[in-house]
Design a protein around this ligand. Structure first.
Ligand code: SAM
Length: 259
């Protein structure tokens, strides 16, 4: 098979450590009839084992050269290749006739990981779980606690929709080419609809974005256009606190008070 020159613009760092592949596959605890979609199959490090364990696998890949390889390597009755950009892909389409919910996996392209996570959060309703390899620093932001420097918009928006767990740290030597950063595998489990208490999801997202757009400022300043100091205090929020000091529940309470 001809060798592939890794494309930086597609965030291509291919997993070559078989032990890491085996550990990820173990963590997935697959059943043959699970509905699974892999984002960015690349040269197939995960795709191969997944195809062997599942009745059928879907993948979403953007690189035409890699798409051609995948189509040559795997029979179409075992693998469906969706050619295109995962950032624009409608994952709900794959969950239509699947009772257990969609399982999404991938060693994600690190250059688009944050927008991709926001895009995927929109499909939480039809997802059973997600397992991703990401830059370790992104995983730290996802699972960060309020009050820590890593706690930000990504933490609030994802923790609102998912329970997340950092499962595995992975060294740069597990990839070719080696990335400059360390990596980690994270699991995301959607929260039950009943737990989502923001009355207006768009307003909630807007409020969180406004607070963190000026994260060094006190909330009485960054959110001054929405709440005066008295109102913040009434809602149990110290007007001198900063965006990173509020919990996810605090943001929900603030957003709901705007109704
Ligand atoms: N899964 C392979 C592995 O573990 O070796 C490859 C992982 S590599 C970090 C990321 C993969 O995502 C590449 O195959 C790349 O071409 C693909 N990719 C990059 N941007 C993408 C996008 N916007 N939509 C879909 N796939 C993308």
């Amino acid at each position: 098979m001809p060798s592939h020159v890794a494309r930086k613009r597609f965030g291509q760092n291919f997993l070559v450590d078989r032990q890491v592949v085996a550990r990820i596959v173990d963590l997935l605890a697959l059943h043959t009839d699970d509905r699974v979609v892999e984002i960015g199959p690349g040269l197939g490090a995960l795709t191969g084992p997944l195809v062997r364990l599942l009745d059928h696998l879907h993948v979403v890949e953007i690189d035409r050269e890699l798409i051609a390889r995948l189509l040559r390597e795997f029979p179409s009755d075992r693998l469906t290749v969706h050619a295109g950009d995962a950032l624009a892909f409608d994952f709900a389409r794959l969950a239509v006739d699947c009772r257990g919910g969609l399982r999404i996996v991938g060693n994600l392209p690190y250059n688009i990981s944050t927008p991709l996570l926001f895009h995927l959060a929109g499909f939480a309703d039809c997802v059973r779980d997600m397992h991703f390899m990401l830059q370790r620093e992104v995983v730290e932001r996802m699972v960060a606690e309020p009050g820590s420097a890593a706690f930000g918009r990504l933490s609030v928006m994802l923790q609102y929709r998912f329970v997340m767990e950092r499962l595995l740290d992975v060294q740069p030597t597990a990839f070719r080419p080696e990335p400059r950063v360390h990596s980690a595998v994270v699991r995301l489990l959607p929260r039950a609809a009943a737990d989502l208490s923001a009355h207006d999801a768009v307003r909630f997202a807007g409020l969180v974005a406004a607070a963190f757009a000026q994260r060094r400022k006190m909330l009485r300043n960054s959110l001054g256009g929405l709440f005066d100091e008295t109102r913040l205090a009434e809602l149990g929020i110290a007007p001198t606190s900063r965006a990173e000091n509020l919990s996810v529940h605090d943001y929900v309470r603030l957003a709901n008070s705007l109704q």
